[in-house]
Design a protein around this ligand. Structure first.
Ligand code: 9Z3
Length: 331
């Protein structure tokens, strides 16, 4: 009897949350006021085909968001505000999800780091190749490294769909559409929200058309709050997916509380808290089941031997997703 009451109660809460997200006009107004990005329909079609094929094969699909969103100050954009992110977290994670058997939709900031290609950033391609009368070949020094990388990339090429964005508005339009397309996958879908998303923006209607002139004197900006999209994402756009968000802080004393607050507010599955200065070696994972946060910390010897924290994060999440999927099938 008690179980029935509890089930009814949690069912009611889920229903109320969906109702609240449906009734909250702020996210709907955002999409009415900000036009969809260019090539939107083509990108959605690519995602639709990718998800349909994965669903037929009963494959898991991870949507990884990566890189920072820009907030333009002018419609013909010369200047913009940016959010911090090189795309390291997202691009490294994409490789580990692929290795763990997932297909990956990589929604990333254009020109930020990309899976596999990230290993070549900062290297001079002309030092890697040898030109001789016989043709062009890879310098012996780089053959193993480049060969391994090319082999991994070629093996995963069909499992990886790359979609790019620049602005906050492009990102949110694509996030909603991709999440909706992933519904066909049910609990096989996993959303890993590592992109650094601006909390503030200028609505398209309030943005000047042309470059702001310095002859107008000092510039004061008034930015609006971006509606919290995790609410409709969790309840309406991807209600059956396993959803993980990241929380970025700079003050260590706030990290765990802020991560827990986010989980309590949106009721998704895992929040990964990280600090700007230690994000490559330390994260905390909070969920709604365990009272204590779980830590992942790399030791000095891990770092020296080239271990990346994303390998441990994805290993941990894969186990959690397995459990979620098993419960979903029996629940
Ligand atoms: C993160 O916290 C990412 O881990 C980083 C990765 C952006 C720090 P890099 O790409 O950096 O490896 O250079 N992403 C989420 C940031 C964010 O916007 N979170 C929002 C917040 O903290 C909530 S969803 O309020």
């Amino acid at each position: 009897m008690l179980t029935n009451i509890t089930q009814l109660y949690s069912g009611d809460i889920a229903y109320l949350r969906t109702e609240m997200a449906q009734e909250d006009p702020s996210w709907k107004i955002f999409f009415e006021e900000n036009p969809k990005p260019s090539h939107f329909d083509e990108n959605v079609k690519l995602v639709q085909d990718f998800c349909q094929q994965a669903a037929m094969k009963k494959n898991r699909v991870a949507l990884i968001t990566s890189g920072g969103t820009t907030v333009p100050l002018e419609q013909n954009t010369v200047r913009f505000i940016d959010n911090f992110s090189a795309g390291t977290r997202g691009s490294a994670s994409a490789e580990y999800f692929l290795e763990a058997g997932y297909q990956v939709i990589f929604l990333h900031r254009s020109k930020s780091l990309e899976p596999y290609f990230r290993h070549l950033v900062g290297k001079n391609i002309f030092e890697m190749i040898e030109v001789s009368p016989g043709g062009v070949s890879v310098d012996e020094k780089y053959q193993t490294e480049l060969g391994n990388l090319a082999e991994k990339f070629q093996r995963q090429r069909d499992n990886l769909l790359m979609i790019s964005f620049n602005t906050l508005s492009d990102y949110l339009w694509l996030l909603r559409a991709i999440a909706q397309q992933m519904q066909i996958l049910g609990p096989l879908a996993l959303l890993y929200l590592a992109a650094a998303v601006s909390d503030f923006y200028i609505p398209a209607s309030q943005m000047p058309c042309h470059k702001i002139q310095s002859s107008g004197g000092p510039l004061s900006l008034s930015l609006q709050l971006v509606p919290k999209m995790l609410a409709p994402l969790v309840t309406l756009w991807a209600p059956n997916a396993f959803i993980i968000s990241f929380k970025l802080e700079t003050n260590e004393t706030l990290l765990e509380t802020k991560s827990k607050e986010s989980l309590l507010k949106y009721h998704h599955h895992v929040v990964i808290g990280n600090l700007l200065h230690s994000r490559k070696v330390y994260v905390v994972l909070v969920d709604s089941i365990s009272p204590n946060a779980e830590e992942i910390r790399l030791s000095n010897s891990d770092v020296e031997s080239g271990v990346e924290i994303e390998s441990r994060i994805i290993e941990n999440l894969k186990t959690r997703h397995d459990q979620y999927y098993a419960n979903h099938k029996t629940g």
